[in-house]
Design a protein around this ligand. Structure first.
Ligand code: NIG
Ligand code: FE
Length: 403
């Protein structure tokens, strides 16, 4: 029998069910990287207690599931601080993109960077997210835009998961922008993206497929072709949808059973209905909303009323959201988007896991991965309350305490 370790003296917020799932005087029993039992310490069954080989005192800390950042573009070269200055002087994000800046400038910097440099910068960013309790991280490609450079970025993402105590999920975002060598030939570029996908998948580099469906990105018809290529390989899809305009992208993605539709400031009722029917998660990205000084709010009340699960993520990227605090995003989801603190915390745990198609994390329950965080907080609603402060005390990843 595998040894059991008991993590006791905790105030648990399990997030299992509709509410916080608070259990005072709580304990967690961990077996081989998974939670074997969770509940009030006094209710621990005798036969399990007899098998405990290690005990850890959590000192009465608040304990939640490990945080899940379900939408990042973590691997890239350079930064775009000058573009930020241009935008502050009045240039729009779209105008900069159309003039060949924006994503394309990061593509140039990423192509120029070698794999080690990309790994070093991405692992510094990953560590910043981990310091705030992130245990699962999604990383998209999309700044390489050639088979070789996309593969390099996805390899870096995989390597992060091997070298850090962190679970990494990769998403192929070849259809992020048109690279200069395909200028005026967007359909040909989509053909290339659809051809690269099986090769990248064969190398074990792809967990999901994404696209940027937008006036300055790709049309719904082009997005559909990418999704068909994904479906042919049995890969799940997600979409940067309705960020700057309503393209009907969410409904399209939902028709492919999308795990999530992300951004959604311009989402309409048809999209909401389609997402509800498909069970797609709405991933809200308040960092991009803030940094682009967007004023159109995503339709939160309608999503809530339809029962579409809402996740919250950093969208970390150098153009629209250069932030590395998932807790700040939870706070901003409340202040800017009017989520409740419970919705915001579900958004960075259980619903974020669902946005990645993962059902083995995001709550504290038997059978779930033993990824959890002890916080210097009284109540879990404080996760969306403090900002600019890191209340993490200890993080446990796959049953082992992270240094
Ligand atoms: O999620 N909108 C498309 N993609 C990114 C931004 C990419 C960039 O500007 O570099 C986003 O906002
Ligand atoms: Fe994004």
């Amino acid at each position: 029998m595998t040894p059991l370790s008991l993590w006791r003296h905790a105030r648990l917020a399990t997030l299992d069910g509709d509410g916080w799932g608070q259990i005072d005087d709580g304990a967690l029993l961990v077996e081989g990287g998974h939670i074997a039992w969770v509940g009030r310490a006094a209710a621990l069954p005798r036969e399990l207690a007899a098998r405990v080989t290690a005990e850890h005192d959590l000192g009465g800390a608040l304990v939640t599931p490990g945080l899940v950042d379900c939408h990042t573009h973590l691997v890239y070269g350079g930064h775009r601080a000058s573009e930020f200055e241009l935008r502050l002087q009045g240039a729009s994000y779209e105008a900069i993109a159309r003039a060949g800046g924006g994503i394309r400038s990061t593509v140039a910097a990423t192509r120029a960077a070698d794999e080690q440099a990309l790994f070093d910068s991405a692992s510094r960013r990953a560590r910043a997210l981990m310091a705030e309790g992130v245990t699962t991280l999604e990383v998209k490609s999309g700044y390489g835009l050639s088979l070789e450079a996309e593969a390099r970025c996805l390899r870096v993402a995989r390597r992060l998961g091997r070298h850090l105590p962190l679970a990494v999920r990769t998403t192929f975002l070849g259809a992020h922008a048109l690279p200069p060598e395909f200028e005026g030939r967007a359909d040909d570029y989509i053909t290339a993206v659809c051809e690269w996908l099986p090769a990248l998948h064969a190398q074990g580099l792809v967990d999901a497929v994404d696209a940027f469906c937008e006036n300055i990105g790709f049309s719904p018809a082009q997005t559909r072709r990418v999704f068909e290529a994904a479906r042919a390989l049995g890969l799940p899809v997600k979409l940067h949808a309705e960020q700057l305009s309503d393209q009907g992208g969410a409904a399209l993605a939902a028709s492919f059973g999308a795990l999530s539709c992300d951004h959604l400031e311009h989402l309409g009722d048809d999209g909401i209905r389609a997402m509800r029917q498909a069970g797609s998660v709405a991933v809200l990205l308040p960092g991009a909303y803030y940094f682009l000084r967007e004023t159109k709010l995503p339709p939160i009340a309608a999503l809530r009323q339809a029962g579409v699960p809402m996740a919250v993520s950093t969208d970390h990227n150098p153009g629209t959201s250069p932030g590395l605090s998932l807790l700040l995003m939870a706070s901003m989801a409340c202040t800017l988007f009017r989520l409740t603190p419970l919705e915001a915390v579900q958004g960075i745990t259980v619903h974020a896991a669902r946005a990645l198609g993962l059902r083995d994390r995001g709550t504290l329950a038997p059978g779930q991965r033993a990824d959890f965080v002890a916080w210097d907080l009284d109540h879990p609603n404080e996760l969306a309350y403090w900002f600019g402060r890191n209340p993490v005390q200890r993080t446990v990843f796959e049953g082992k305490e992270r240094a």
